[in-house]
Design a protein around this ligand. Structure first.
Ligand SMILES: [Zn+2]
Ligand SMILES: [Zn+2]
Length: 273
């Protein structure tokens, strides 16, 4: 059994066949799907999906692309939505300097303010970082120092996940130390070729499975052998198979270990026996 720890089923790519998409995911062994929001509207839609489908869980937050849409009122609403019982994290939040759809300064402020929401609510965060790793790490580290009790209950709770992990092995080790997970989508299946280096493959080979989660980022980032088509959660086994190969584990081990991570991070499912 698997969890798709990051999919966007609210996008209109899925409006015509969502019931089938959910059924195919279940048939492929996907037990849970976590849906991060990207702005206020999609955060609300994410909660509606979580209410409709038992296997779906929601995250609420403004994606860095949409940071310029976030104001005092909408951030207050994100905090209010985060009290819904099926909201498991604040996300996806972070920095994306590849497109700079929102001004970088604005992205940094909205990222910081949403970490504050997560800290007040003692929730984990789902981080999106693209070509902005230095600033992302600097902000996360500063915010952890600000609130040393964030995600500390009886013991230490995981603080979040870096989705579509953008870094190298050194960055992976650092954020694991801080209490974060790494998650890999479809591009990990593309391999590592001399003319097209793929740091995901290095990280997925080097880092212990207990720190790794699986995701599709549907409808984007479709894994091999379905590149070019719409992505959907039923493709998770392709990613699990590739990671199993890199880790020298069975696909079952990859599913069980990553589901344990999902349980610790998001509180979804039961403690595996
Ligand atoms: Zn993302
Ligand atoms: Zn995403």
């Amino acid at each position: 059994m698997f969890t798709d720890s990051h999919a966007h089923l609210f996008f209109k790519d899925f409006q015509d066949d969502l019931d089938d998409v959910i059924q195919r995911a279940q048939d492929a062994g996907v037990e849970y799907i976590v849906n991060p929001g990207t702005d206020l509207t999609t955060s609300r839609q994410s909660i509606e999906l979580a209410e409709k489908y038992e296997m779906v869980y929601a995250c609420v937050g403004f994606h860095p692309h949409d940071a310029s849409k976030a104001d005092d009122e909408s951030l207050k609403e994100i905090e209010r939505l985060s009290t819904h019982p099926k909201v498991v994290a604040i996300g996806e939040i972070g920095l994306d300097y590849h497109y700079n759809f929102s001004p970088p300064e604005n992205q940094r402020e909205v990222f910081t303010r949403q970490i504050e929401i997560a800290q007040r609510r003692n929730l984990p965060i789902v981080i999106h970082s693209r070509e902005a790793e230095e600033d992302t790490l600097r902000i996360v580290e500063a915010m952890m120092k600000n609130q040393p009790n964030w995600r500390v209950n009886d013991g230490e709770l995981p603080k979040g996940v870096f989705h579509c992990f953008p870094g190298d092995v050194a960055m992976a080790k650092k954020i694991i130390d801080w209490g974060f997970y790494i998650s890999f989508p479809g591009p990990v299946t593309f391999g590592n070729k001399p003319n097209k280096p793929n740091s995901m493959v290095d990280v997925a080979t080097t880092i212990s499975m207990e720190h790794i989660l699986l995701e599709t980022d549907s409808p984007y980032l479709t894994p091999a052998p379905h590149r070019g088509k719409r992505n959907e959660p039923a493709n998770i086994p392709h990613i699990a198979k590739k990671i199993a190969e890199l880790q020298g584990l069975s696909v079952e081990d990859v599913g069980r270990t990553s589901n344990f991570g999902v349980h610790k991070l998001f509180g979804i499912g039961t403690y595996p026996s």
